[in-house]
Design a binder for this molecule. Sequence first.
Ligand code: IPE
Ligand code: IPE
Ligand code: MG
Length: 246
Amino acid sequence: MVLLQQIDRDKLPEHVAIIMDGNGRWAKEKGNMRIFGHKNGVSAVRDVVEGAVELGIKYLTLYAFSTENWNRPKLEVSALMELMVSTMSSETRKLMDNGIRLNAIGDLTSLPQKVYKKLQVSMAETSNNKGLTLTLALSYSSRWEITNAVRQLVQKVEHGELKSEEINEQLVSANLNTAEMPDPELMIRTGGEFRISNYLLWQLAYAELYFTPKLWPDFRKEDLFHAVIDYQKRERRFGMISEQLN
Ligand code: IPE
Ligand code: IPE
Ligand code: MG
């Protein structure tokens, strides 16, 4: 495929994070209930995961439900939770076939038992897979995560396991939910909003940001490829000047 040929496999982002936004508007445009958009968002997830595997991306992290999303109408929240259970049931086989390891970040214990259990089962089943690590951010918010990390570090100091002078950036990173992953080099948001919505604030410090007006249920692997092509054209200077690179 022509699009794939435009991608330099030696310059792939190792970790891509996505804010899957626009399901509700997509459904509304079609004169449907918001949940219809969420249901159709699952096809986009399937296709993008497939695209990430084809590219050889190591980590894909999807914002599926934020801490703030608990404030949505009860009916939408429960429909979303049901959708997660049914999706995990129907897709785990495919994760196994493709060597995908399922992972989750966020306040998982706040999820309904059914979701929590299903998640634990799917994560355990796929835990030895060596391909893509697919992380779902569920009941996740970055401020919640950073606050927890601060609390953990303070407790270690209180217990005499750590000196406050020893706290550095690596240690903060190591106390986040994403401790085992590299920071995302590319963050994609669909749905046309230009904001981060409490997603991976620490981890995105130097990520390249890609915003598209496309609503999530319409997003496909080709859109992911376009984002990666765009990412590869950027000059990542990390505070330096052009002449210092290479
Ligand atoms: C994103 O789509 C999915 C979740 C937040 C769960 P939205 O539901 O936010 O859709 P819009 O932004 O209202 O269109
Ligand atoms: C962000 O989308 C959260 C997820 C995609 C899960 P929202 O639609 O909830 O974000 P805001 O509220 O418009 O910022
Ligand atoms: Mg939204």
